[in-house]
Design a protein around this ligand. Structure first.
Ligand SMILES: Nc1ncnc2c1ncn2[C@@H]1O[C@H](COP(=O)(O)OP(=O)(O)OP(=O)(O)O)[C@@H](O)[C@H]1O
Ligand SMILES: [Mg+2]
Length: 252
């Protein structure tokens, strides 16, 4: 009997992305490879401009890559045309952008409901997320009347409403106070541990990265360093490991 091999939820293979604007060329990703398993939580750290957001956009199939492959549950995104890609993304991925991307004319609650197509249990799920993320009292407000941190939590709820296999989040706690930030991290950790979701977040904060299993360090569009964080739960250790990784990359 042949063994069935289940592909990893996320495989990034030698991805290259080059931005061209007139004469200027930016090599944003220069060959990034990464495999993330089911139930694994990884944090991507790196200086501003190191390619973190570009990598997240490439994983989400939101930017065309110039080389390499992105496979979600074994499916190469490049093999899907626009409409199937959008459907595939809706089925598998939850996205939290650095700039939230909420619809200004919709209330907080309607923004959260937007990606969901209805169905049994949706109301309960919306309620659960509103409560869990501490935004129930703001449900009828439009994004313009919400603080940055509230908008961020709406964006997180919207990304989770379809129960994605993979959550991609660009600095999901960047606008939050430290207590709320830690609550969000705890929620993400539980999604991995209890529901075997796969989570990839970008962060500058060791307090956030310490919740991950693994930190991938991006420098100048390459990920040549990473370290494990499991069980450490120690922001200082994460900060030291991160600085050590950067220094090692500097001399190599
Ligand atoms: N649309 C674009 N056109 C041209 N260059 C771009 C574009 N988007 C990003 N870049 C460049 O690509 C590089 C990587 O950008 P990216 O946004 O991925 O960095 P980042 O690591 O997310 O930074 P930050 O921490 O500031 O968010 C940068 O040099 C940036 O200026
Ligand atoms: Mg960015």
């Amino acid at each position: 009997m042949r063994e069935t091999v289940i592909p990893a939820p996320l495989q990034v293979v030698d991805v290259v992305k080059t931005y061209r604007q007139g004469e200027s060329i930016v090599n944003a990703l220069r060959g990034v490879s990464l495999t993330v398993q089911s139930g694994e939580f990884i944090a991507i750290m790196g200086a501003s401009g190191s390619g973190k957001s570009t990598l997240l956009h490439a994983i989400a199939g939101l930017t065309e890559i110039d080389g390499g492959r992105v496979l979600i549950a074994g499916q190469d995104l490049a093999e899907l045309s626009d409409v199937p890609l959008t459907r595939f993304r809706q089925r598998h991925l939850g996205l939290v952008f650095q700039s939230f991307n909420l619809i200004p004319s919709l209330t907080a609650e309607d923004n959260i409901r937007l990606p969901a197509s209805g169905g049994v249990g949706l109301d309960q799920q919306v309620e659960g997320l509103l409560e869990r993320l501490g935004i129930a009292a703001r449900r009828s407000h439009k994004p313009g009347a919400l603080s940055g941190g509230e908008q961020q939590r709406i964006a997180i709820a919207r990304a989770l409403i379809c129960n994605p296999d993979i959550l991609l989040a660009d600095e999901p706690t960047g606008s939050l106070d430290s207590v709320t930030g830690q609550q969000i991290c705890q929620l993400l950790r539980e999604l991995c541990d209890e529901q075997q979701r796969t989570i990839v977040i970008v962060t500058h904060e060791p307090h956030v990265a310490m919740w991950a299993d693994r930190v991938v360090v991006l420098k100048d569009g390459l990920n040549q360093a990473e370290f494990r964080t499991d069980g450490l739960h120690d922001p200082q250790a994460v900060a030291t490991n991160y600085q050590d990784s950067l220094q090692a990359l500097e001399v190599s």
